[in-house]
Design a protein. Structure first.
Length: 383
């Protein structure tokens, strides 16, 4: 299945049904009075996070979603039937924004669906019109007025997926990111001897113990000038927005002697700053906790390793944690995994814990009191 992490769709809620103008006509009952019913409510459109979905490919080609209109009211106090709502299921971690008409970029955040079962009302159906039954009074015994149903809301949505991972991998092409995630998890991304082997994010679950694990996200490599569109650009950096730790993987033994690992490492950090300046995320990537992983130490003579590592750290000007590893042989990976797990556990313990609200099942959802853009968490969603 092709990995699609960004789509634009149009959603239109249903219009409310019109109220009816009718009078009771029955034998032996003269002047029966008004009995026109109200129109039904138009269908609304919801977006729901589903952990069983991992891509937005369903909305790649089907881009228009329109809910049905409510049924008009009828005589004999018959109210029109309300239309069914439309449920759009998206992966957990999807951010939904409203794109203004004529604008290239989305401007209004409607929902950030970070938990399974969270839902957001993105287009509210119109309320039904009132029948003439509501307009009778002591001075107006035979009202002939009613109201039209309200129009449903219409929006153009920009949905982008930000994968949920504890740890993100950063590095130049062929730095060994995919080999590293294959070494520490059961994920099997493509590995080859040419740049940009990874074309979409890969997730791997690293299990340290039977009840301790964390998720690693591997994204395509960055090169200098990615902010201007070089290589694959920096569009995949959004998938690192929710991570708690970034692992900066550096190829310490490049094939070409002209390649300066320290210069490439500085260029990558500069690309992070450019991304933060353009997208302006709430939690800038350049300020996230970052560890340095010096990879491919197996290609360096053991007697030269310590000197090469010290020279790189000095040239790069790095003062944070440093780990020398060989992803292909697994050397140094085990203590690194335990250190990552301890960091993730400590970070989770320091975060404020919020219990999601318990809601009714989706089938019984009431939308009349909801405002578009509001969203809730739902623990158990039954199909």
């Amino acid at each position: 299945m092709k990995f699609i992490d960004e789509v634009r769709i149009d959603v239109t809620a249903g219009d409310g049904g019109n109220g009816a103008v009718s009078f009771r006509r029955e034998k032996f009952i003269p002047k029966g009075g008004p009995d026109g019913g109200d129109g039904g409510r138009g269908g609304s459109i919801w977006v729901v996070a589903d952990r069983n979905i991992n891509t937005l490919v369903e909305y790649r080609f089907t881009r228009h979603f329109r809910a049905r209109n409510g049924e008009g009211g009828r005589g004999a106090d018959c109210y029109g039937r309300g239309a069914d709502d439309i449920i759009l299921r998206v992966p957990v971690g999807t951010v939904v924004r409203e794109q203004e008409a004529g604008e290239d970029e989305s401007s209004i955040l409607l929902a950030d669906l970070a938990e399974d079962g969270q839902r957001a009302l993105v287009a509210k159906g119109g309320n039904g019109g009132l029948g003439n039954l509501h307009f009778k009074s002591s001075t107006n015994r035979a009202p002939r007025q009613s109201t039209q149903g309200e129009e449903g809301e219409a929006r153009r949505l920009h949905m982008e997926l930000k994968v949920l991972a504890d740890v993100g991998l950063l590095g130049m092409p062929n730095a060994g990111k995919s080999t590293f995630i294959r070494s520490i998890s059961a994920a099997r991304p493509k590995v080859a001897d040419y740049p940009f082997t990874t074309l979409h994010p890969n997730l791997g679950v690293v299990r340290v113990d039977h009840d301790r694990s964390f998720v690693v996200a591997d994204i395509p490599g960055l090169i200098e000038g990615a902010a201007e569109g070089a290589g694959l650009g920096h569009q995949f950096l959004r998938h690192l927005a929710r991570t708690r730790l970034l692992l900066h993987i550096v190829d310490l033994a490049p094939f070409s002697p002209e390649v300066d690992p320290a210069r490439e490492a500085r260029a990558l950090i500069e690309e992070l700053r450019k991304y933060d300046a353009i997208d302006q995320p709430v939690d800038p990537l350049a300020e996230k906790p970052r560890w340095l992983l010096l990879n491919k130490t197996d290609l360096i003579e053991e007697s030269e390793r310590a000197e090469r590592i010290a020279a790189f750290v000095r040239d790069f000007g790095w003062t944070g944690p440093v780990f020398a590893i060989s992803a292909i042989t697994g050397e140094g990976c085990k203590p690194l995994v335990f250190a990552i797990m301890d960091h993730v556990d400590a970070t989770k313990a320091a975060e404020p814990h919020q219990e999601p609200a318990k809601l009714d099942k989706l089938a019984a959802a009431e939308t009349t009191a909801e405002e578009p853009g509001t969203f809730d968490a739902e623990e158990d969603v039954e199909e």
